[in-house]
Ligand binder design. Structure first.
Ligand code: FCB
Length: 781
């Protein structure tokens, strides 16, 4: 079999971290860490503290050349500083000896997020002293292991530790302060500099750090990296890149903070913590940069967005969902971004050696009689390795690749339900079982490369051929349908087993669901028929593409509601996409009580836990109103649609917010949704205020009505009166003059709905999606 090879001496291995695998949190004098009580799951993890010889043997059998582990600070200094706990260091001593005996190079990370609780009590990372304690700790570890460990990483992903730990509070210690997050980040950088200096003066051979670096791009760039951006989007991308990536890269590798970052830090607690000389300390020469890559950051400019707490300073930036395959974590799978990222780093830092120190994926693993055939994980790693290789071919200085991770483990705030391991761990018995991905990785390491052709996975067709039945019969058997004879069932199941047939994530619903049918429920009548039509068309084609059948149902009477609920209760459908009516009704809630996954189009009138997809109505109205203000309009009337409609409420709120900022009062006229009522409302507004110079209407129909009223009153549009609508219906481009309006993304809403439902069918945690809108400028303003 021909192979594509990696450079000679390319380092293959895996990464782990102390807290996620060791367990034994009170053994041999270890002190508490900030993570011990933070995670919902208990911290016994993989009991690696006692089972390390077995784990090292596994790595040896798989042919690993390197093992990146982290040292637990509270094992070495139970109080964070002061007296070294020799018994804690003994563990790493034994581990390193075991690794060397197995021919595996130890790579030690000094900080993988488990700060001693004692130091958190004294102020944690927002306190400068923590950086100095870290340098002392680094020296103590080097004193003990430096004769055998030659590769040292100071920190793992300081962005995560600072901004999830102290900014959004999703990670330990769970503080929520932008100022503390920026201070923490700076002190982590300082800790890196001080420790690097200490390690080097103690004779360490190779010192570096590990950063999580995500390419930042707009949704359109995901499929076309070279795509030109509008000025606003380019600014949004650059700002998030500064916050996520360059905040760390540039101090370490250039000795300065990105210029656009300093005013952001200043706004969040000031710059006093960045002292003279700090940046020189931080910019110690490094020998190796560890890069952890999982997924890109996809963003675009969206003026109405408030800052994401994990990215203080990200006001006006929308973090977007994109229609790609995702891992069980919900992280979009974009392998080419790895090569983009490696090429960028090699271009910007041509002297720097790089290593991919983490890359891997969480997928739901299915245990079959003969193992775990984790084809999704294999594809994930394989595609990323191909991307890595293409970067290497273009000259990127990548010295190795470490999979995250060896063992299924304690995935921080998410606990044990995440499965990133090449090796399955049964947490009840601590038994290890190699997944197919581990064996596949062993072969990659052996041949230092990938095979040209991918191993073929058995498909439904292969099973059908082996069992001598039709594809439909196989489908019926794996779906557990009753109408198949016992004999046929046995034959099919035997073939499934012999071939090791496991449907991939997309197809898994074949075995776990009974019907493979999705109900697309339409409540009529509803406004905006073009929306309904587009959503039906796109949702249907996307779900059919994922192998589902769609049943269209009308929810227009009490009797039809009853029927739909009965179908869900009888599990005749696997999931429901509901296009609810504009006004409150209870169908969504009643359906969600059946336990069948359901997703909604549009924010529901009654607050509920059912996830929905909506557009940013408030942001769109705000942008429209700001546009009128920017054109010098000061007396702006709004024609509201019925205010019991959620979308109208949101549009009104956005309009008010923009006026409020400009120190202006709203002038409102109510209408229903017809064009004629728009005309009447505009007449009223013009009559009430002869100096009125603009109208913002909640929909295009209403705005078209307003154009009519303006004509009747002899007002010229836009000279005397500017008019803006909302929805960008076909007619809006055909009015005289053409109507400026707010465009809502039709296809994106449908794609997001379909994706949301697919995620729910996979049992993943799902959140509602709000899509950005865009102002379309025409002659009416
Ligand atoms: C990285 C962490 C690692 C693990 C993976 C999934 O951010 O460094 O510990 O949680 O993500």
């Amino acid at each position: 079999m021909s192979t594509t090879s990696f450079p000679e001496g390319f380092v293959w291995g895996v990464s782990t971290s102390a807290f996620q695998i060791e367990g034994a949190t009170s053994a041999d004098g270890r002190g508490p860490s900030i993570w011990d009580g933070f995670s919902a799951d208990r911290a016994e993890a993989c009991d690696h503290y006692r089972r390390y010889p077995e784990d090292v043997r596994l790595m040896k059998d798989l042919g690993m050349a390197a093992y990146r582990f982290s040292v637990s600070w509270p094992r070495v200094f139970p109080e964070g500083s002061g007296k070294v706990n020799e018994a804690g260091l003994d563990f790493y001593d034994r581990l390193v000896d075991e690794l060397l005996a197995a021919g595996i190079k130890p790579y030690a990370t000094l900080y993988h997020w488990d700060l001693p609780q004692a130091l958190e009590k004294l102020g944690g990372w927002p306190s400068r002293d923590t950086a100095h304690h870290f340098a002392d700790y680094a020296s103590a570890v080097h004193d003990r292991l430096g004769d055998r460990v030659d590769t040292w990483f100071t920190l793992n992903e300081p962005w995560v530790a600072a901004f999830l730990g102290y900014g959004s509070g999703v990670h330990a210690p769970g503080r929520k302060s932008a100022a503390e997050a920026f201070r923490s980040a700076h002190h982590m950088l300082l800790a890196h500099g001080l420790a690097t200096r200490a390690l080097r003066s103690a004779g360490a051979t190779r010192v570096g750090t590990v950063l999580n670096i995500s390419p930042v791009m707009t949704p359109a760039q995901v499929s076309d990296f070279g795509r030109e951006l509008s000025e606003e989007d380019a600014e949004a991308v650059a700002r998030i890149d500064a916050l996520a990536n360059r905040q760390f890269l540039e101090p370490v590798l250039r000795g300065s903070y990105p210029a656009e970052l300093l005013p952001i830090i200043e706004r969040h607690g000031g710059l006093a913590h960045i002292r003279d000389g700090d940046l020189d300390t931080i910019a110690q020469p490094v020998d190796l940069l560890g890069v952890n890559y999982y997924t890109p950051q996809v963003v675009q400019a969206q003026p109405s967005e408030t800052a994401d707490p994990a990215f203080p300073g990200s006001e006006g930036v929308l973090f977007c969902t994109i229609p790609t395959a995702v891992t069980a974590m919900g992280w979009p799978i974009v392998p080419n971004c790895l090569s983009l990222l490696l090429r960028r780093l090699s271009r910007e830092y041509p002297e720097l050696d790089l290593m991919v120190t983490e890359n891997g994926a969480d997928f739901v693993d299915t245990m079959t009689g003969d193992g775990i055939h984790d084809v999704d994980r294999i594809s994930f790693v394989e595609e990323h390795l191909r991307a890595l290789q293409s970067a290497v071919e273009e000259g990127a200085r990548v010295r190795g690749y470490l999979v995250w991770t060896l063992l299924d483990n304690l995935e921080w705030a998410d606990g044990y339900r995440r499965k990133f391991g090449l090796v399955h761990v049964d947490f009840a018995t601590q038994r290890r079982l190699l997944k197919d991905s581990a064996l596949w990785y062993r072969d990659v390491i052996r041949r230092n490369g990938l095979t040209e052709t991918r191993p073929k996975r058995p498909t439904l067709e292969t099973v059908a051929a082996r069992a001598g039945v039709s594809r439909a019969t196989v489908s019926r058997v794996v779906n557990g349908e009753a109408a198949v004879s016992a004999d046929v069932r046995t034959t099919v199941m035997r073939a499934v087993k012999e071939l090791g047939y496991v449907p991939n994530a997309a197809a898994r619903s074949l075995v776990t669901r009974r019907t493979n049918t999705i109900a697309l429920v339409l409540s009529v009548p509803r406004q905006g028929d073009s929306l309904t039509a587009a959503v039906v068309q796109y949702v249907t084609s996307m779900l059919e593409g994922a192998g589902k059948q769609i049943t269209l149902m009308l929810a227009d009477t009490a009797e039809s509601h009853r029927r739909i609920i009965q179908q869900a209760e009888a599990r005749l459908v696997d999931g429901v996409v509901l296009l609810p009516p504009d006004r409150a009704d209870t169908l969504a809630e009643r359906l969600s009580r059946t336990g069948v996954p359901i997703v909604l189009l549009g924010k529901p009138a009654v607050a509920s836990l059912v996830p929905y997809v909506d557009v940013d109505n408030a942001g769109g109205a705000e942008a429209a109103t700001e546009h009128l203000l920017a054109r010098g309009r000061r007396r702006i009337g709004m024609i509201c649609g019925p205010t019991d409609l959620v979308s109208v409420q949101d549009r009104l709120a956005g309009h008010r917010a923009a006026l409020h900022r400009a120190g202006l009062q709203p002038l409102l006229a109510l209408a229903d949704l017809t064009r004629a009522s728009g005309t009447a409302a505009a007449r009223q507004l013009l009559g009430d205020d002869p100096a009125l110079d603009a109208i913002f209407a909640a929909t295009d129909q209403l705005a078209i009505g307003a154009l009519q009223a303006a004509r009747e009153a002899g007002r010229r549009v836009p000279e005397d009166l500017a008019v803006v609508g909302f929805d960008d219906i076909d007619a809006a481009s055909a009015t005289t003059p053409g109507l400026t309006t707010v465009r809502v993304p039709l296809a994106d809403q449908a794609l997001a709905l379909a994706r949301l439902l697919l995620s729910r069918l996979e049992g993943r945690h799902t959140e509602s999606v709000i899509l950005p809108t865009r102002l379309v400028m025409r002659d009416s303003t």
